[in-house]
Ligand binder design. Structure first.
Ligand SMILES: [Zn+2]
Length: 453
């Protein structure tokens, strides 16, 4: 999840925010102004607009995209037969495997070859999806949404900032955007004091990065009685942020933590607002459905479902009813900020963020990691691992003082919380490997996605 944000800040992208704002200023400005305007729309206006965009995309896909032309044919229908979102829900869901298998048939034939930019999703889950985006155009547009999200926390793209992301180079200062870029791979005991010195010298207005890396930084600072003053906000992306991380970061840095959900396939983008931690979907970005494990829409407040999205800006390579593999909590409530956009109560992370019990029940990870962390003060790092239903393995990097009483406490707390549906074994390691993108995974779910949902 959140791949888009990683891509925006990826070194490979090679374009500083300041430069992009300059070169694509008019398309950036147009996108920004429109997205701002949509924030003030009523639910009816939003629905009408989303329906117009959906029908336009369906017609375009039918006329210019071989895969969809064939799909409509095999379904015995044309876009004209889809007269409402109810009808739309009868179109088949689109899995990543299908996109992978038919990559070339997804490319729209009415775009000139020169505007196709090949990209992929990176593959931190072991599956890297290849697809196309529209060269240049997409970046200005995303920068517009990024500006809106930063503004909600009282910040601006041109503020001094610190980015903590997965990259090889330990640190780099980008003078144009006044950004200190730090590597989440390289947060070693040796580098951390240097990182912190650089951060303090910069006087950043905000941090943006993976929550695990920012938590690690804050933990180190707290242990060494160091602090950074004057932060206006923290922006979390790239991984699910757990409640305990949010609470810890907010109390340590004395500012609010905002989080975003989006990915490189460009079907859905959502973020928290000034008032609440619910995810506000940008309705002009894409149409979002929540689907249960039988493919039916989730309609009950508080129920979970897989995010299925249709991207309005994906004409060059349309994603229609795309299964994101991410899980969110359904709500019809409205936010006190007054925006009438659709909300996701929370984004619980990927399907892989759920444990599977002996009786094949899905148990969210929320709270369990916090419980483990509270059970022992003598773990340097830990990671929960599952490859069999009902069986969990806890990988531990010990700190000095780790003893049998820590083992007992961890096992006892897990047993009390999870009951007989899980068994837990402990395994000791020298270090916990990071993912290819430098992310720290608290939980590794090896059971196949198909099995789970
Ligand atoms: Zn709100």
């Amino acid at each position: 999840m959140h791949k888009l944000w990683r891509y925006l800040f990826d070194e490979d992208t090679g374009r500083g925010i300041a430069l992009t704002t300059f070169f694509y200023h008019s398309s950036y400005k147009k996108a920004y102004e429109f997205a701002k305007q949509v924030e003030g729309w009523s639910s009816d206006q939003i629905q009408t607009y989303q329906w117009e965009q959906t029908t336009a995309l369906l017609h375009h896909a039918y006329e210019h995209v071989p895969y969809y032309k064939k799909l409509f044919k095999t379904q015995g229908m044309t876009p004209g037969d889809i007269k409402s979102f109810d009808d739309f829900q009868h179109l088949p869901l689109l899995g990543k495997e299908t996109v992978q298998e038919h990559t070339n048939e997804f490319k729209a034939t009415n775009y000139p070859p020169s505007v196709f930019e090949e990209t992929n999703t990176g593959g931190s889950t072991g599956f890297s999806l290849r697809f196309s985006i529209e060269k240049g155009a997409w970046f200005a547009k995303h920068l517009a949404y990024l500006t809106i999200l930063l503004n909600r926390g009282g910040c601006d793209v041109m503020d001094n900032s610190v980015q903590i992301i997965g990259r090889e180079k330990p640190w780099e200062f980008r003078p144009l955007s006044r950004t200190l870029v730090l590597s989440s791979y390289q947060m070693t005991e040796q580098n951390l004091p240097i990182y912190i010195k650089k951060i303090i010298q910069l006087h950043p207005g905000y941090f943006i990065g993976y929550p695990s890396a920012m938590t690690m930084l804050a933990t180190y600072m707290k242990q060494h009685s160091m602090e950074v003053n004057g932060l206006k906000a923290i922006y979390s992306f790239g991984e699910t942020i757990y409640d305990w991380q949010r609470e810890f970061l907010e109390s340590f840095f004395h500012c609010r933590v905002h989080s975003q959900y989006g990915h490189r396939e460009q079907c859905v983008l959502a973020g928290t607002c000034e008032k609440a931690n619910t995810y506000h979907i940008f309705p002009d970005y894409g149409y979002v459905e929540l689907i249960d494990r039988d493919g039916r829409p989730v309609t009950r407040e508080g129920d979970i479902g897989e995010i299925v999205a249709t991207g309005f800006h994906t004409g060059i390579f349309p994603f229609i009813r795309y299964k994101t593999g991410d899980i969110a909590v359904y709500t019809t409530q409205q936010c006190e900020c007054g925006r009438q956009v659709p909300l996701l109560k929370s984004v619980e992370g990927r399907i892989q963020d759920f444990m599977v019990s002996k009786t094949n029940r899905l148990v969210p990870l929320m709270g369990v990691l916090q419980l483990i962390s509270r059970s022992s003060a003598h773990m340097k790092e830990y990671q929960l691992y599952q490859d069999l239903e009902g069986e969990l393995t806890l990988h531990i990097v010990k700190k000095e003082g780790f003893s049998d009483s820590d083992v007992h406490q961890i096992k006892e707390n897990i047993r009390t919380r999870l009951g007989d549906e899980f068994s837990l074994s402990l395994e000791y390691m020298d270090s916990i490997p990071r993912t290819i993108r430098g992310k720290y995974q608290f939980f590794v779910q090896k059971l196949p996605v198909k099995y789970i949902l």
